[in-house]
Design a protein. Sequence first.
Length: 301
Amino acid sequence: MYTIAALYHFTRFPDHVALREPLLDLCRAQSVTGTLLLAQEGINGTIAGPRAGIDVVLTYIRALPGCADLEWKEATSDHPPFGKMKVRLKKEIVTMGQPDVDPRARVGNYVEPKDWNDLIRSDDVVLIDTRNDYEVAIGTFEGAIDPETASFRDFPAWWEENKDRFHNKRVAMFCTGGIRCEKSTNYLLGQGVEDVYHLKGGILRYLEEMPAEDSSWQGDCFVFDNRVSVGHGLVEGPHKLCHGCRRPILPEDVKRPEYEHGVSCHRCIDETSDADKKRFRERQKQILLARKRGDTHFRQG
Protein backbone atom coordinates (compact mmCIF):
# COMPACT_ATOMS: atom_id res chain seq x y z
CA MET A 1 0.00 0.00 0.00
CA TYR A 2 1.29 3.44 -0.98
CA THR A 3 0.79 6.56 1.13
CA ILE A 4 0.01 9.71 -0.89
CA ALA A 5 0.70 13.13 0.62
CA ALA A 6 -0.53 16.34 -1.04
CA LEU A 7 1.05 19.46 0.40
CA TYR A 8 1.75 23.14 -0.08
CA HIS A 9 3.15 25.90 2.06
CA PHE A 10 3.80 29.57 1.43
CA THR A 11 7.01 30.84 2.99
CA ARG A 12 10.00 32.86 1.85
CA PHE A 13 12.96 30.65 0.92
CA PRO A 14 16.23 32.63 0.90
CA ASP A 15 17.67 30.25 -1.70
CA HIS A 16 15.14 27.78 -3.09
CA VAL A 17 17.59 26.61 -5.76
CA ALA A 18 19.92 25.19 -3.11
CA LEU A 19 17.06 23.14 -1.64
CA ARG A 20 16.44 21.11 -4.78
CA GLU A 21 19.23 18.51 -4.85
CA PRO A 22 19.16 17.50 -1.16
CA LEU A 23 15.37 17.14 -1.29
CA LEU A 24 15.51 15.09 -4.49
CA ASP A 25 18.24 12.84 -3.11
CA LEU A 26 16.28 12.22 0.08
CA CYS A 27 13.07 11.33 -1.76
CA ARG A 28 14.91 8.87 -3.99
CA ALA A 29 16.68 7.31 -1.00
CA GLN A 30 13.28 6.78 0.67
CA SER A 31 11.65 5.32 -2.49
CA VAL A 32 9.33 8.33 -2.64
CA THR A 33 8.01 9.42 -6.05
CA GLY A 34 5.93 12.32 -7.32
CA THR A 35 6.52 15.99 -8.03
CA LEU A 36 7.50 18.85 -5.76
CA LEU A 37 7.72 22.47 -6.91
CA LEU A 38 10.11 24.90 -5.25
CA ALA A 39 9.96 28.68 -5.64
CA GLN A 40 10.97 31.68 -3.59
CA GLU A 41 7.37 31.77 -2.32
CA GLY A 42 7.32 28.19 -0.97
CA ILE A 43 6.73 24.53 -1.83
CA ASN A 44 3.89 22.62 -3.48
CA GLY A 45 3.32 19.09 -4.74
CA THR A 46 2.17 15.53 -4.26
CA ILE A 47 4.38 12.59 -3.30
CA ALA A 48 3.79 8.91 -2.72
CA GLY A 49 5.71 6.00 -1.26
CA PRO A 50 5.99 3.71 1.74
CA ARG A 51 4.63 5.06 5.01
CA ALA A 52 8.07 5.28 6.59
CA GLY A 53 9.54 7.06 3.57
CA ILE A 54 6.76 9.65 3.43
CA ASP A 55 7.24 10.35 7.15
CA VAL A 56 10.96 10.96 6.65
CA VAL A 57 10.40 13.34 3.75
CA LEU A 58 7.63 15.27 5.53
CA THR A 59 9.83 15.66 8.61
CA TYR A 60 12.59 17.01 6.38
CA ILE A 61 10.28 19.51 4.65
CA ARG A 62 8.92 20.74 7.99
CA ALA A 63 12.51 21.54 8.99
CA LEU A 64 12.96 23.85 5.99
CA PRO A 65 12.86 27.62 6.66
CA GLY A 66 9.35 28.69 7.67
CA CYS A 67 7.79 25.25 7.15
CA ALA A 68 7.32 24.13 10.76
CA ASP A 69 3.52 24.43 10.51
CA LEU A 70 3.28 22.64 7.15
CA GLU A 71 -0.04 20.85 6.65
CA TRP A 72 -0.77 18.06 4.20
CA LYS A 73 -3.56 15.71 3.16
CA GLU A 74 -3.09 11.96 2.89
CA ALA A 75 -4.66 9.14 0.92
CA THR A 76 -3.65 5.58 0.03
CA SER A 77 -3.40 3.60 -3.17
CA ASP A 78 -2.71 -0.06 -3.88
CA HIS A 79 -0.69 0.86 -6.97
CA PRO A 80 2.13 3.39 -7.42
CA PRO A 81 0.62 6.79 -8.31
CA PHE A 82 3.84 8.12 -9.87
CA GLY A 83 6.66 6.67 -11.92
CA LYS A 84 9.58 8.74 -10.65
CA MET A 85 10.56 11.66 -8.44
CA LYS A 86 10.87 15.22 -9.74
CA VAL A 87 11.76 18.39 -7.86
CA ARG A 88 11.28 21.40 -10.12
CA LEU A 89 12.30 25.03 -9.69
CA LYS A 90 9.55 27.54 -10.51
CA LYS A 91 8.81 31.24 -10.33
CA GLU A 92 5.56 30.42 -8.51
CA ILE A 93 4.39 27.25 -6.79
CA VAL A 94 0.97 27.86 -8.35
CA THR A 95 1.09 30.17 -11.34
CA MET A 96 -1.23 33.16 -11.25
CA GLY A 97 1.07 35.71 -12.86
CA GLN A 98 0.23 38.47 -10.37
CA PRO A 99 3.46 39.73 -8.78
CA ASP A 100 1.65 41.73 -6.09
CA VAL A 101 -0.27 38.72 -4.77
CA ASP A 102 1.20 37.46 -1.49
CA PRO A 103 -0.80 34.91 0.55
CA ARG A 104 1.61 35.38 3.45
CA ALA A 105 0.27 38.91 3.92
CA ARG A 106 -3.43 38.05 4.14
CA VAL A 107 -6.01 35.65 2.74
CA GLY A 108 -9.76 35.21 2.91
CA ASN A 109 -11.66 33.69 5.81
CA TYR A 110 -11.08 29.95 6.14
CA VAL A 111 -14.26 27.87 6.35
CA GLU A 112 -14.19 24.37 7.82
CA PRO A 113 -15.86 21.61 5.76
CA LYS A 114 -18.56 21.19 8.43
CA ASP A 115 -19.57 24.84 8.01
CA TRP A 116 -19.22 25.03 4.22
CA ASN A 117 -22.76 23.94 3.28
CA ASP A 118 -24.39 26.60 5.43
CA LEU A 119 -22.19 29.31 3.90
CA ILE A 120 -22.66 28.43 0.24
CA ARG A 121 -26.42 28.03 0.62
CA SER A 122 -26.79 31.60 1.89
CA ASP A 123 -28.64 33.94 -0.47
CA ASP A 124 -25.98 36.65 -0.26
CA VAL A 125 -23.08 34.33 -1.17
CA VAL A 126 -21.71 33.71 -4.65
CA LEU A 127 -19.70 30.49 -5.04
CA ILE A 128 -16.80 30.38 -7.51
CA ASP A 129 -14.79 27.35 -8.62
CA THR A 130 -11.19 28.50 -9.18
CA ARG A 131 -10.04 25.32 -10.94
CA ASN A 132 -9.45 24.79 -14.64
CA ASP A 133 -12.30 23.92 -16.99
CA TYR A 134 -11.36 20.23 -17.44
CA GLU A 135 -11.37 19.78 -13.65
CA VAL A 136 -14.75 21.43 -13.20
CA ALA A 137 -16.19 19.27 -15.98
CA ILE A 138 -16.17 16.09 -13.88
CA GLY A 139 -17.44 17.55 -10.62
CA THR A 140 -18.13 20.70 -8.60
CA PHE A 141 -20.30 22.06 -5.80
CA GLU A 142 -23.99 22.56 -6.37
CA GLY A 143 -24.63 26.09 -7.64
CA ALA A 144 -20.95 26.92 -8.24
CA ILE A 145 -19.95 29.32 -11.01
CA ASP A 146 -17.48 27.90 -13.53
CA PRO A 147 -15.19 30.65 -14.91
CA GLU A 148 -14.29 28.26 -17.77
CA THR A 149 -10.62 29.11 -17.45
CA ALA A 150 -8.01 26.97 -19.18
CA SER A 151 -5.33 28.15 -16.74
CA PHE A 152 -5.20 29.77 -13.31
CA ARG A 153 -3.47 32.69 -15.05
CA ASP A 154 -6.83 33.46 -16.67
CA PHE A 155 -8.64 33.99 -13.38
CA PRO A 156 -7.73 37.69 -12.79
CA ALA A 157 -8.95 38.64 -16.29
CA TRP A 158 -12.17 36.66 -15.76
CA TRP A 159 -12.75 38.43 -12.46
CA GLU A 160 -12.21 41.84 -14.00
CA GLU A 161 -14.77 41.07 -16.70
CA ASN A 162 -17.37 39.66 -14.29
CA LYS A 163 -16.88 41.46 -10.97
CA ASP A 164 -19.91 43.72 -11.42
CA ARG A 165 -22.13 40.63 -11.31
CA PHE A 166 -21.13 40.07 -7.71
CA HIS A 167 -21.66 43.54 -6.28
CA ASN A 168 -22.82 43.44 -2.63
CA LYS A 169 -22.23 39.69 -2.47
CA ARG A 170 -20.01 37.67 -0.21
CA VAL A 171 -17.59 35.62 -2.31
CA ALA A 172 -16.77 31.99 -1.47
CA MET A 173 -14.15 30.13 -3.49
CA PHE A 174 -12.73 26.62 -3.53
CA CYS A 175 -10.13 24.47 -5.28
CA THR A 176 -8.69 20.96 -5.03
CA GLY A 177 -6.43 21.30 -2.00
CA GLY A 178 -6.62 24.98 -1.10
CA ILE A 179 -3.50 26.45 -2.72
CA ARG A 180 -5.18 28.34 -5.55
CA CYS A 181 -7.60 29.92 -3.09
CA GLU A 182 -4.70 31.24 -1.02
CA LYS A 183 -3.80 33.39 -4.03
CA SER A 184 -7.28 34.08 -5.40
CA THR A 185 -8.59 35.32 -2.04
CA ASN A 186 -5.53 37.55 -1.58
CA TYR A 187 -6.11 38.87 -5.08
CA LEU A 188 -9.79 39.70 -4.42
CA LEU A 189 -8.94 41.40 -1.15
CA GLY A 190 -6.47 43.52 -3.10
CA GLN A 191 -9.26 44.38 -5.53
CA GLY A 192 -11.38 45.78 -2.70
CA VAL A 193 -13.68 42.81 -2.07
CA GLU A 194 -14.34 42.81 1.66
CA ASP A 195 -16.07 39.50 2.41
CA VAL A 196 -14.03 36.67 0.92
CA TYR A 197 -14.12 33.05 2.07
CA HIS A 198 -12.46 29.80 1.03
CA LEU A 199 -12.83 26.13 1.88
CA LYS A 200 -10.09 25.09 4.30
CA GLY A 201 -8.24 22.07 2.98
CA GLY A 202 -10.07 22.31 -0.32
CA ILE A 203 -12.34 19.78 -1.96
CA LEU A 204 -10.18 16.88 -0.81
CA ARG A 205 -10.70 17.60 2.87
CA TYR A 206 -14.42 18.19 2.29
CA LEU A 207 -14.79 14.83 0.55
CA GLU A 208 -12.79 13.16 3.31
CA GLU A 209 -14.83 14.59 6.18
CA MET A 210 -18.33 15.21 4.80
CA PRO A 211 -20.72 12.22 4.65
CA ALA A 212 -22.08 11.68 1.14
CA GLU A 213 -25.66 12.01 2.34
CA ASP A 214 -24.98 15.53 3.67
CA SER A 215 -22.79 16.67 0.80
CA SER A 216 -23.26 19.53 -1.64
CA TRP A 217 -20.61 18.06 -3.95
CA GLN A 218 -21.69 16.65 -7.30
CA GLY A 219 -19.52 14.27 -9.35
CA ASP A 220 -15.85 13.48 -8.80
CA CYS A 221 -12.75 15.53 -8.03
CA PHE A 222 -9.80 15.52 -10.42
CA VAL A 223 -6.46 14.77 -8.75
CA PHE A 224 -2.96 15.11 -10.15
CA ASP A 225 -1.79 11.53 -9.84
CA ASN A 226 -2.61 8.16 -11.41
CA ARG A 227 -5.86 7.87 -9.48
CA VAL A 228 -7.16 10.64 -11.81
CA SER A 229 -10.29 11.27 -9.73
CA VAL A 230 -11.68 10.64 -6.25
CA GLY A 231 -15.11 10.77 -4.66
CA HIS A 232 -16.44 10.87 -1.11
CA GLY A 233 -14.12 9.23 1.37
CA LEU A 234 -11.37 9.86 -1.22
CA VAL A 235 -12.33 6.60 -2.90
CA GLU A 236 -10.75 6.33 -6.35
CA GLY A 237 -13.14 7.40 -9.08
CA PRO A 238 -13.91 5.87 -12.49
CA HIS A 239 -11.89 8.27 -14.62
CA LYS A 240 -8.86 7.51 -16.74
CA LEU A 241 -6.40 10.01 -18.17
CA CYS A 242 -5.93 10.80 -21.83
CA HIS A 243 -2.16 11.08 -22.13
CA GLY A 244 -2.52 13.12 -25.27
CA CYS A 245 -4.17 16.08 -23.52
CA ARG A 246 -3.97 15.15 -19.80
CA ARG A 247 -7.74 15.47 -19.39
CA PRO A 248 -9.91 12.99 -17.48
CA ILE A 249 -12.11 10.64 -19.49
CA LEU A 250 -14.57 7.91 -18.52
CA PRO A 251 -14.11 4.19 -19.30
CA GLU A 252 -16.79 4.37 -22.00
CA ASP A 253 -14.82 7.15 -23.73
CA VAL A 254 -12.06 4.63 -24.42
CA LYS A 255 -14.46 2.86 -26.80
CA ARG A 256 -15.01 5.97 -28.92
CA PRO A 257 -13.34 6.02 -32.36
CA GLU A 258 -11.35 9.17 -31.49
CA TYR A 259 -9.54 7.40 -28.67
CA GLU A 260 -6.02 6.09 -29.24
CA HIS A 261 -4.11 5.00 -26.17
CA GLY A 262 -1.45 7.54 -25.28
CA VAL A 263 -2.30 9.69 -28.32
CA SER A 264 -5.80 11.20 -28.36
CA CYS A 265 -9.37 11.20 -27.08
CA HIS A 266 -12.62 12.78 -28.24
CA ARG A 267 -11.69 15.99 -26.44
CA CYS A 268 -8.31 16.53 -28.08
CA ILE A 269 -8.52 14.68 -31.42
CA ASP A 270 -8.82 17.99 -33.30
CA GLU A 271 -6.44 19.95 -31.06
CA THR A 272 -3.20 18.24 -32.07
CA SER A 273 -1.49 18.00 -35.46
CA ASP A 274 -0.55 14.84 -37.31
CA ALA A 275 3.05 15.55 -36.29
CA ASP A 276 2.00 15.72 -32.63
CA LYS A 277 0.16 12.42 -32.90
CA LYS A 278 3.17 10.81 -34.56
CA ARG A 279 5.33 12.01 -31.68
CA PHE A 280 2.84 10.71 -29.11
CA ARG A 281 2.79 7.31 -30.82
CA GLU A 282 6.56 7.13 -30.66
CA ARG A 283 6.45 8.10 -26.99
CA GLN A 284 3.91 5.35 -26.34
CA LYS A 285 6.10 2.85 -28.18
CA GLN A 286 9.06 3.77 -25.96
CA ILE A 287 6.93 3.42 -22.84
CA LEU A 288 5.85 -0.08 -23.84
CA LEU A 289 9.45 -1.07 -24.59
CA ALA A 290 10.56 0.31 -21.23
CA ARG A 291 7.87 -1.73 -19.50
CA LYS A 292 9.17 -4.90 -21.08
CA ARG A 293 12.64 -4.02 -19.77
CA GLY A 294 11.21 -3.37 -16.33
CA ASP A 295 12.24 0.30 -16.40
CA THR A 296 10.05 2.00 -13.77
CA HIS A 297 11.25 5.49 -14.72
CA PHE A 298 8.71 5.58 -17.54
CA ARG A 299 5.20 6.54 -16.55
CA GLN A 300 2.10 4.96 -17.99
CA GLY A 301 1.18 6.47 -21.34
